[in-house]
Design a protein around this ligand. Structure first.
Ligand SMILES: [Zn+2]
Length: 181
């Protein structure tokens, strides 16, 4: 068992040793907390000041974090940051593409900054996600149709591009919004 103090509310949290180093949610205040590798709070009955009245603990009783909550927190953080990375990559690729097409560094910089600002504003982030999805579809179609000279390959790659981009955009935007809070 590991015991540590929530850095948000100070509640003593108790988890299984297998959760060391993972991220979980504080059962008291709901804040995301990183579970330490080693117990940082060791309250043994024998080191409690003998002058204190018997049977009175100086810390609140520990609350157990469920293993499922720990796992969920870890997956949310890891998956979210991966999708956020892919989303940034997509934004950079689109910016480079538009910059190269217009042969202007201002277009490249403007797109990059513009799309990053869009991600911070929810309705615009949705517009951005839809735009990236459509772009991925067009790129998939062009690649499939011209590389394989087949309408079917174009349709399949277009659909694939749309599905992947829609998924990563939605997850990435959610991650940015959660992190910004
Ligand atoms: Zn807490």
């Amino acid at each position: 068992m590991l015991r540590f103090e929530c850095n948000q509310c100070g509640q003593t949290v108790q988890v299984g040793a297998e959760s060391a180093g993972k991220t979980g949610r504080c059962p008291s205040c709901g804040a995301a907390v990183v579970i330490p590798d080693v117990p940082v709070l060791v309250v043994e009955p024998e080191i409690v000041d003998s002058a204190a009245p018997q049977g009175q603990s100086t810390t609140p009783p520990p609350v157990a974090v469920s293993a499922a909550a720990v796992r969920k927190g870890t997956i949310d953080a890891e998956g979210g940051s991966l999708f956020a990375g892919i989303l940034i990559l997509e934004i950079v690729i689109v910016s480079i593409g538009l910059g190269a097409w217009s042969q202007s560094w201002f277009v490249f910089g403007g797109c990059l900054v513009g799309m990053c600002i869009m991600m911070a504003i929810k309705p615009l982030a949705v517009v951005l996600g839809v735009t990236l999805t459509i772009l991925a579809g067009v790129v998939g179609w062009v690649l499939g149709y011209h590389a394989f000279e087949s309408v079917a390959a174009g349709v399949v790659l277009a659909l694939l591009g749309c599905v992947i981009t829609a998924g990563t955009s939605a997850a990435g935007i959610t991650f940015f919004r959660e992190s910004a809070r």
